[in-house]
Design a protein around this ligand. Structure first.
Ligand code: HH2
Length: 260
């Protein structure tokens, strides 16, 4: 899953693809590099980020979603607002990626009626304050428990399990230690019976480990993506599609190519 943020302030690509034209161009490039799906975002969820209203989010994403969907490219939209979900589905999105796990009133219904897939992500707190002293007893058990409740709620709202994906939410209300514990035990999320999405690309946990600024985290991001794949992640949400694809090709060859 290639990331395209049509925002002025995303933590890595903020401002780079803020116009529809540049966002579409970048999305097509990521598609050519091997992205199976593109995740279009119109609001940054970076720690300390400020929310935007639905009208602005729609102004940013709808032309991009329409342009990609009209070329039969699978598009996911990264949003927590039911109003944006409905319009995105209308514009051709096949998946809603919600860092708030469809908890906003009307969100479950928007996905159920729209008949699309959804990614349910765990977050402790909200973006503005989530990195201020996050606390867990057993981070893996607590995140799993939350995701199981959201899977149950989604199914109760009429969204079949086959349309759902879960994500432990790396960096969303978690310390480096919490993030590493989640990555180490990603296979326990795979056991929950739905595909697992991992979003580690360029994140600050990689900066903490390597000492690198966000622009210099491509190698660490590829390593993290590979580790997530090795632990069973089905969808890797990445900014660097070509580099991740190449690394996965080596990994997949090891898994599948044998001596005659
Ligand atoms: N991370 C970000 C945004 N959306 N969605 C899922 N499911 N999982 C993630 O880990 C995830 C996500 C943050 O990355 P990015 O979109 O690049 O930055 P920003 O939120 O600043 O736009």
């Amino acid at each position: 899953m290639g990331v395209v943020n049509v925002t002025p302030d995303s933590f890595f690509d903020g401002g780079l693809y803020a116009s529809s034209e540049s966002a579409i161009c970048h999305a097509l490039r990521l598609r050519e590099e091997g992205a199976d799906m593109l995740d279009i975002g119109g609001e940054s969820t970076r720690p300390g980020g400020d929310p935007v209203n639905a009208a602005e989010e729609l102004r940013r994403i709808v032309p991009v979603v329409q342009a990609l969907a009209s070329r039969d490219i699978p598009v996911s939209v990264d949003t927590s607002k039911p109003e944006v979900m409905c319009a995105a589905i209308q514009a051709g999105a096949v998946m809603i990626n919600d860092v708030n796990a469809l908890q906003a009133p009307g969100a479950l219904e928007a996905v159920a009626v729209g008949n699309v897939a959804a990614c349910l992500m765990h977050m402790q707190g909200e973006p503005r304050s989530m990195q201020i002293n996050p606390q867990y007893g057993d981070v893996v058990a607590e995140v799993k428990d939350f995701l199981q409740h959201r899977l149950d709620a989604a199914q109760a709202a009429g969204i079949s399990l086959g349309r759902l994906v879960i994500d432990p939410g790396f960096g969303f209300g978690k310390t480096l230690e919490h993030n590493l514990e989640l990555l180490r035990h990603l296979d326990r999320f795979v056991d929950m019976g739905v595909p697992v999405l991992a979003g580690l690309s360029r994140k600050s946990m990689l900066g903490k480990i390597t000492g690198n600024e966000v622009g210099e985290r491509i190698h660490a991001s590829v390593a993290a993506a590979l580790l997530a794949a090795a632990r069973g992640a089905s969808i890797l949400r990445v900014h660097d599609v070509k580099a991740t694809r190449d690394a996965l090709a080596v990994y997949n060859a090891l898994e599948t190519v044998t001596c005659k």
